[in-house]
Design a protein around this ligand. Structure first.
Ligand code: GUN
Length: 293
């Protein structure tokens, strides 16, 4: 079998065109959605994510504000900035790019973002709402993008065995919750695997839908995948490659070539889950603008 390649770039483009219509409607009501992205430090991957989000906002007609702070920024300064953004009427969504430098307590920062503007869905109020299945929850962008991808590709989750590799708070845990909810894109039987899982290949081979989110290049091999399974790759890993102009290439958590010979559908890296994530940040900001009124 040769897997169908799921084109995340094309899916996200369609989604962003839909979102641009929502932005037009809200702007006409005097409520143009606005997203503030805060980046502390100069991590190149984080810079690239923040730039992409800003560009996507502007293309959709939204207000985009990017605040770049030096890596040495004291925690009190970041908290004061969040306080300002929390009451800024032009800003509906606030995104603090992670990871933060060591001198800053990430939990304190995430708690400071108003739950009404927490478009990352990282505030404990939104985490709780998501677990409860409350539609008012902001759903973290990567897992929510994966659910949208499954829905839009017509991949049936109801009754399927979905195996999530990785238990991070940004991807694995919220994704497992969304997949098990009684809602479109949910109703799966969900298993979450992590570094202590016994006989990991034995578990992953039972997956109808396998989602890799562990940050280890090409960890998922052909032998770990059931023939006909759907494989979604969340990993974006930089691996050294002297043959490339930048000296590195991006690779996912899945050995794409061999796995695409057994899977029925697979996402590439780049161009798979990543573009959907960005689109969902915009969708959440529009949701915030609708809710803030
Ligand atoms: N770092 C890695 N993924 C994310 C994300 O989804 N949101 C934020 N704010 N930081 C991240």
């Amino acid at each position: 079998m040769t897997a169908r390649i799921i084109d995340g770039t094309a899916l996200a483009k369609g989604l962003r065109a839909e979102l641009a219509l929502d932005v037009r409607r809200l702007t006409a009501l005097g409520r143009r959605p606005g997203l503030a992205a805060v980046l502390v430090g100069d991590d190149p991957a984080s810079q690239s994510y923040v730039r992409s989000k800003g560009r996507a906002c502007e293309e959709a007609g939204m207000l985009s504000r990017t605040v770049l702070l030096p890596a040495t920024t004291p925690e009190v300064e970041l908290l004061a900035l969040i306080d300002q953004l929390n009451v800024d009427p032009e800003i509906h969504g606030i995104l603090v790019q992670l990871p933060l430098p060591r001198q800053i307590d990430t939990e304190r920062v995430l708690l400071r973002v108003s739950p009404m503007k927490d478009v990352d869905g990282f505030h404990p109020i939104n985490v709780g709402r998501l677990v409860l299945g409350d539609p008012k929850a902001f759903r973290p962008a990567t897992p929510w993008g994966i659910i949208q991808m499954l829905l839009r590709e017509g991949i049936e989750t109801k009754g399927a065995h979905a195996v999530v590799l990785g238990r991070s708070t940004i991807v694995g845990r919220p994704l497992a919750n969304l997949l098990m909810q009684d809602a479109p894109g949910g109703n799966a039987t969900v298993t979450v695997c992590h570094s202590k899982t016994r006989d990991l290949p034995g578990v992953t081979r039972t997956a109808d839908i396998l989602i890799a989110a562990i940050g280890r290049p090409e960890f998922v091999t052909r032998e770990m995948v059931k023939p006909g399974a759907v494989v979604l790759d969340v990993g974006i890993n930089r691996v050294d490659d002297p043959s490339k102009p930048k000296g590195y290439r991006l690779t996912g958590d899945v050995a794409f070539g061999p796995v695409s010979e057994v899977a029925s559908a697979i996402t590439p890296v780049p161009g798979g889950v990543g573009p959907m994530t960005i689109a969902m940040v915009l969708k959440n900001t529009i949701q915030a603008a609708e809710m803030l009124g």
